[in-house]
Unconditional design. Structure first.
Length: 357
């Protein structure tokens, strides 16, 4: 079970290790404080470590914690990359940047979303245009957003979710549930009503780091989808596009993103496409490095439970502690061998990206 003090300690420990390893490796570090507090009143930060040549025309950025709690595995990977010098701090051909805890609020509170219940990776849309409509979400709204939560309901949710996967297939269900919705602020997978603090912050970081750059690779580390410990590089685009050709050349057999038109990639409101959109004249390749954890039904159960907790329950309760543990189980690999497997993939991915193609 994880209480408020336990969440605070876990976040602070992850941050301290990242900062310590960055300093020991000779990277420059800066921190941006979040306006709200974390568990037990702790101060929250997005931390930026940079090395290499700022005047290089190539930027390599590795980010963690876009989806809050998914940052625990991402943080461990970033810290180990720093400790092992996978990206040379003295490189003249590359400006390397690591952003730790893009969404520090969700990271510390063991939430996938931010302080406004916003899924940050559905928040990168143009809010001056009509908001997107996710028609498939309506079918599952009541199931995913109950007012009452107990063990009987948990069993019902898992049973109905499994039945929906069997009936529709995992891909269509994933798009309906996780494709983002902009109608229910307290509902699961809410994309927001405007640009969030974390969105504005990472866009500002990216804009600053892209000064004088001609080419960039961004790797955003995520968890909760796929086979346990297996890292899949996900992006979108047609094979003839220069960015996809660069990805194929850079990562060869490591790059196993779904093919264009497969329907397995969500791009609406996602960080990567937004970064590429911000710099249309530069060669920007943004990918997600996604690691599987638990089966889809268990992951869905975790985020539905956490959403209920923050709108109808109490975090500082036995139920709250149990749900926070469920969240950690769903988005972190509590297995040494699986974490080693995950790091090995990340090391290969980042090392290849550091050797600019």
């Amino acid at each position: 079970m994880i209480d408020l003090a336990g969440m605070a300690e876990r976040y602070l420990t992850a941050r301290d290790i990242f900062l310590s390893n960055a300093s020991a490796a000779g990277w420059q570090v800066e921190s941006i404080a979040h306006p709200l507090q974390g568990p037990d009143g702790i101060t929250l930060h997005t931390d930026i470590a940079s090395a290499g040549n700022p005047d290089s025309d190539y930027l390599l950025m590795v980010t963690s914690g876009t989806h809050g709690i998914e940052g625990y595995l991402g943080s461990e990977i970033q810290s180990r990359l720093l400790a092992e010098g996978i990206v040379a701090s003295g490189s003249r051909d590359c400006h390397a940047v690591m952003v730790h805890a893009v969404n520090p609020y969700g990271f510390a509170w063991h939430r996938r979303v931010n302080e406004d219940n916003v899924d940050l990776n559905r928040n990168f849309i143009d809010f001056d245009l009509p908001l997107p409509v996710n028609e498939g979400y309506e079918e599952f709204y009541s199931l995913l957003n109950p007012v009452t939560w107990n063990e009987q309901y948990e069993a019902t949710l898992k049973s109905e979710a499994a039945a929906a996967i069997a009936r529709l297939g995992l891909g269509p269900l994933f798009k309906a549930v996780s494709g983002g919705q902009y109608e229910y602020p307290k509902g699961l997978q809410y994309g927001g009503g405007g640009p969030s603090w974390s969105r504005q912050n990472i866009e500002a970081i990216w804009s600053r780091m892209m000064t004088r750059k001609k080419c960039a690779t961004q790797i955003d580390i995520h968890t909760g989808l796929g086979e346990p410990g297996v890292g899949v590089l996900m992006t979108y685009g047609a094979e003839e596009q220069a960015r996809i050709r660069r990805a194929r050349t850079m990562w060869t057999d490591i790059f196993v993103s779904p093919l264009p038109g497969s329907g397995d990639v969500i791009t609406q409101g996602v960080l990567g496409p937004r970064l590429e959109e911000m710099f249309p004249r530069e060669d920007v390749l943004a990918v997600v490095l996604e690691y599987g954890t638990l089966p889809p039904v268990d992951v869905l159960h975790a985020i539905a439970a956490d959403n209920w907790l923050h709108h109808h329950g109490r975090v500082d309760s036995d139920t709250g502690s149990r749900i926070k543990q469920i969240m950690l189980d769903a988005f972190y690999l509590d297995d040494t061998n699986l974490r080693e497997k995950a790091y090995s993939r990340a090391k290969d991915v980042v090392a290849a990206a550091g050797r600019r193609i």
